[in-house]
Design a binder for this molecule. Structure first.
Ligand SMILES: Nc1ncnc2c1ncn2[C@@H]1O[C@H](COP(=O)(O)OP(=O)(O)OP(=O)(O)O)[C@@H](O)[C@H]1O
Ligand SMILES: [Mg+2]
Length: 320
């Protein structure tokens, strides 16, 4: 399995990385020092940051009925790659298209809840109670957010106990899938924000999902550990959940001004080809700001490039 992911250290010397890097450089000539001397770009389709012909994803058709939900886990055991940021903002962008969206905070840190303006440590009932107590119904835990059509199943530090307590449960890997089943008909998309680990909670998220979105930070070593994640996904697919597939790889925190950022992105496209979303999320301070504000970028800075990127991602996800 490890053969599908080249070692990141090879990036500078790998022959195949060369042309892709040049192509990426050509897409951002105004900000790349020295790019002005490059040969004129031959007429042809405009390329996007991933070095492939840019696609104008269509405005999704409005929906009149809701469900059954497509469940997508945002997963990467590496910390700080943009899982929570992407869950909130993709969710909010999907809700803007009229989809009913449920976000699940499946990380004991509760960052998803905080990012939506909820203090999860003050809550009596969270996803933990839903997982561990048969007498708690999902409607008792669900919260509405300030974004119409966007609901939240909050999580907090209690979840870290679930990781241990679930071990002795029957069908311990399918607990999340079981508790979600009653509401799947009411939503169009469910997004699960996983914690940075491949433990039992993450396996529960994968067992409950149709697809996985893997956010990758455009930094060296971004690919380190992805082989292990892929291996976990394949094992869950084989043994527990045959529906599961990799929905896409999402490049995050991309800085088009640095050769380094462009090289890593080219490397990711080399490794995963069409699985890489055309949408690339640039690095911008607006995202940390939204966490403090407790709302998605689509409402906090609606006309920002960050909001536009997640709206495009929503269209791309709906088109896949
Ligand atoms: N595109 C971006 N540009 C700049 N900062 C970003 C971007 N995306 C996320 N961040 C910031 O980077 C930090 C980590 O992001 P985030 O919490 O989404 O990652 P995560 O993968 O969920 O982390 P963890 O593994 O700890 O759960 C946060 O402070 C967030 O505001
Ligand atoms: Mg997170």
């Amino acid at each position: 399995m490890s053969t599908i992911v080249p070692e990141p250290g090879e990036a500078a010397t790998d022959q195949t990385a060369g042309p892709a890097v040049e192509v990426v450089a050509e897409t951002a000539p105004t900000v790349v020092p020295g790019a002005a001397q490059a040969a004129p770009v031959a007429a042809g389709p405009a390329l996007d940051a991933t070095g492939r012909p840019a696609i104008d994803f269509p405005e999704p058709a409005p929906v009149t009925e809701h469900g059954p939900a497509r469940v997508i886990a945002l997963c990467n055991q590496k910390g700080g790659v943009g899982k929570t940021t992407s869950t909130i903002n993709l969710g909010a962008a999907l809700a803007e298209t009229g989809r009913r969206v449920l976000l699940i905070d499946f990380d004991p840190q509760g960052a998803l809840s905080v990012g939506l303006g909820v203090n999860p440590h003050e809550l009596d009932l969270t996803i933990y109670n839903l997982l561990m107590q048969r007498d708690v119904a999902i409607d008792e835990v669900l919260l509405k957010t300030s974004v119409p059509g966007l609901d939240l199943l909050p999580g907090n530090i209690d979840l870290s106990a679930a990781e241990v307590q679930l071990v002795s449960e029957v069908a311990r890997e399918q607990t999340l899938a079981r508790v979600l089943a009653p509401v799947l008909g009411e939503y169009d998309v469910v997004l699960i924000d996983c914690q940075p680990s491949l433990g039992l909670l993450t396996v529960n998220a994968l067992a409950a999902s149709d697809g996985v979105i893997i956010p990758l930070e455009c930094e060296y070593f971004a690919l380190r550990g992805v082989a292990l994640l892929m291996d976990t996904i394949y094992r869950v697919q084989e043994r527990i959940n045959p529906r599961l597939e990799v929905e896409g790889i999402l490049a995050t925190m991309y800085d088009s001004r640095t050769l380094h950022g462009r090289e890593v992105l080219a490397r990711v496209v080399d490794a995963f080809g069409d699985k890489v979303f055309h949408t690339v999320i640039a690095r911008t301070v607006r995202f940390p700001e939204t966490t403090v504000a407790g709302e998605p970028i689509t409402t906090y800075a609606s006309s920002s490039t960050g909001a536009a990127a997640y709206r495009q991602l929503a269209r791309e996800v709906l088109a896949r």
